[in-house]
Design a protein around this ligand. Structure first.
Ligand SMILES: C[S@@+](CC[C@H](N)C(=O)[O-])C[C@H]1O[C@@H](n2cnc3c(N)ncnc32)[C@H](O)[C@@H]1O
Length: 225
């Protein structure tokens, strides 16, 4: 097979990858994104890594199936599969939770020394992602929202450097706030509805949790208007 069809979410991640970069995709699973990059983008190096043997075996099968033999598939936890020789300058982490993403990026700061670009699509807590990655010495250069199967994904591209953001920008995204497209409002409304459902299901004695969620909803409405 010579070409590969990938989801809209993965396609938008691929679009953010710079030409000629040396990439590691942490938590590659099937490695479809990496195969797409190998076949369609001029990346110099692409490492597809995963902690699960089953995922790695599937990734290797896919690499053979699509004849994307330059995709280097590696088994291991986070950035532990990297050596100095790899000279990776771009990290992609997508489809993992917020906490796991921070753990991976924080596990070995030496591994970030030459990393100029980080592309993240977190499955949870899109609001705290920016704060944490910016604290590692990066700033936001691109952001987009992608809706697929009724889920809205936030994809963020960071570059090395320092920019000071307001709380509001860190929470909603400096570029998403500028654009405020239809999906932006849909995402905020989804968040408000989710909070309201939790508020309504909480027992009477969980008053503090209810208040916290109500304050959160107030901020979401105020900031997004
Ligand atoms: C939901 S899949 C996402 C796959 C792909 N990145 C995507 O966006 O479609 C998450 C993958 O991350 C892998 N994973 C979880 N923790 C990991 C870690 N610490 N290091 C490497 N891979 C990890 C899992 O084994 C799984 O294959």
């Amino acid at each position: 097979m010579t070409n590969i069809k990938i989801s809209k979410r993965l396609l938008n991640i691929a679009k953010m990858v710079d030409e000629n970069s040396n990439v590691i995709d942490v938590g590659c699973d099937h490695a479809l994104l990496d195969i797409y990059l190998s076949l369609n983008k001029k990346v110099k190096k692409i490492i597809a890594s995963d902690i699960t043997l089953g995922a790695i075996n599937q990734a290797k099968k896919n690499v053979l199936l699509y004849n994307a033999l330059d995709v280097d598939v590696r088994l291991g936890d986070g950035l532990s599969t990297l050596t100095n020789k790899d000279k990776i300058n771009t990290i992609i982490i997508s489809g993992l939770g917020n906490q796991k993403i921070f753990e991976i990026l924080n596990s070995d700061k030496q591994k970030l020394k030459d990393v100029k670009t980080i592309i993240i699509q977190s499955n949870t807590g899109y609001d705290s992602i920016r704060k944490n990655v910016c604290n590692l010495g990066y700033y936001v250069v691109d952001e987009c929202l992608v809706k697929e199967k009724n889920i809205i994904y936030v994809i963020i591209k960071f570059k090395k450097g320092k920019v000071k953001y307001s709380k509001k920008e860190l929470y909603f995204g400096p570029l998403l706030l500028k654009n405020k497209d239809k999906l932006f409002y849909e995402l905020i409304n989804k968040e408000i509805n989710k909070n309201n459902k939790i508020i309504n299901s909480l027992p009477y004695n969980k008053i503090f949790k209810k208040i916290k969620l109500k304050i959160n909803n107030y901020k979401l409405k105020k900031y997004s208007s």
